[in-house]
Ligand binder design. Structure first.
Ligand SMILES: [Zn+2]
Length: 216
């Protein structure tokens, strides 16, 4: 039987999204990105788990445990903001498969500059020649401002936003240096934020009020 995705190679494993046999190459390349994998697919879940473990191990090896601990602390205190940023990055990558790690890097660098100037009391949003980077930076700045409105009472500040953006930037640079493929980081974010999770999700813990923010 031919692969349900490329229709060329031999389908070798069962793909629940297609309800048919897929070739390992298509599964490895497109799972969680073009293929809307259900969370009970072992190839999807195991693949993600293995990838994350490998990256964490490699990063700890190269940068020490401190980076890992710092990121975990930042994440635990600002889970909602991390989710909003990642959901946005995952959605923008799915809707525009041409953007790559470098576009995201430029976008995040612009965001850092914009936040930094705001902290200093200057209100200026940076623009660049790169239209994807401008779009990414514009939308992430909107998320930061919305998060400030929502979570300021919980202690969220522009300084924390800058820490978070710098954290994304260093993780992204780690991917650029260590993971082959121009889109490796975008792929990882898209996979850790499956399409189903993007639908408004009422009544689930940790997701309160998020559906009010629509950023396209
Ligand atoms: Zn295939």
């Amino acid at each position: 039987m031919k692969c349900v995705h490329c229709r060329k190679a031999k389908g070798k494993r069962y793909c629940p999204a297609y309800d048919g046999e897929i070739c390992p190459k298509c599964c490895g390349e497109f799972r969680g990105i073009e293929i809307n994998c259900p969370l009970d697919c072992e190839y999807y879940v195991e693949g993600q788990k293995n990838h994350q473990e490998r990256i964490d191990k490699l990063r700890i090896q190269k940068e020490g445990i401190k980076t890992y601990v710092k990121r975990a602390e930042l994440f635990n205190k600002n889970t909602e903001v991390f989710a909003l940023v990642e959901r946005y990055v995952a959605t923008s990558f799915r809707s525009n498969r041409r953007i790559d790690n470098r576009d995201l890097q430029r976008g995040l660098e612009q965001v850092c500059k914009s936040i930094d100037t705001e902290i200093k009391g200057v209100f200026y949003e940076y623009d660049s020649e790169n239209s994807y980077a401008n779009e990414i930076s514009y939308n992430i700045m909107a998320i930061v401002k919305e998060s400030l409105k929502r979570y300021e009472a919980k202690g969220f500040t522009m300084e924390i936003a800058l820490d978070i953006m710098n954290e994304y930037l260093s993780e992204l640079l780690f991917y650029i240096d260590n993971e082959p493929g121009k889109q490796s980081y975008l792929i990882q974010i898209a996979r850790s934020y499956p399409e189903d999770a993007e639908k408004p999700n009422t009544g689930q813990a940790g997701n309160d009020g998020e559906s009010g923010l629509i950023i396209t």
